[in-house]
Design a protein around this ligand. Structure first.
Ligand code: 5GP
Ligand code: ZN
Length: 117
C-alpha cells in the first residue's frame, strides 16, 4: 500500500500541505491540536504513514503513536495543568471514526469540565 492517500486530510497535515498546530513529532508520528477540541489541548496523534484504522496499523507504528501520546499527555498535565487524560481511538464509523487515517485522541480533563464521553 502507498504511504499516503492523496484524498486523506491527515496525510495532507503530515505533509505540511494543510495547516495544523503540531505539539510533538518524531520520525514515525505527528501530534497536532484537534480543530474541534472536546477540551482545551485536545490533540490527535497520527502515524506519518497512511493506514486506515486500529486493525490495519503496524505494530511499530502503533507503539510509536502510544509513546507520542504519552508525551502529549505529560505535556498537557504539566503545561495545561490537566488533572486527567482520556486516551481514545475510534475504529469504524459506528464507533464515530470520521477520519480514516489511524489516530489516537489525547483529551486533557479538568475538574468540573462538561465533557461526557
Ligand atoms: P474521529 O472522529 O475520526 O475519531 O476523529 C477525527 C478528529 O479529527 C475529530 O476530532 C476532528 O475534529 C479532527 N479533525 C478533522 N479534520 C481536521 C483538520 O483538518 N485539522 C485538525 N487539526 N483536526 C481535524
Ligand atoms: Zn492518511
Amino acid at each position: 500500500m502507498a504511504d499516503r492517500d492523496p484524498d486523506c486530510i491527515f496525510c495532507k497535515i503530515v505533509a505540511g500541505e494543510l495547516p495544523s498546530l503540531v505539539v510533538e513529532e518524531d520520525e514515525r508520528t505527528v501530534a497536532f491540536l484537534d480543530v474541534n477540541p472536546a477540551t482545551p489541548g485536545h490533540t490527535v496523534v497520527v502515524p506519518r504513514v497512511h493506514t486506515r484504522d486500529l486493525l490495519t496499523i503496524g505494530a511499530e507504528d502503533l507503539a510509536a503513536c502510544a509513546a507520542t501520546a504519552q508525551r502529549v499527555a505529560a505535556r498537557a498535565t504539566e503545561r495545561l495543568e490537566a488533572s486527567g487524560i482520556n486516551l481514545l481511538n475510534n475504529r469504524g464509523s459506528h464507533a464515530w471514526q470520521t477520519v480514516f487515517h489511524f489516530h489516537l485522541h489525547v483529551i486533557p480533563r479538568f475538574a468540573d469540565d462538561p465533557l461526557r464521553l
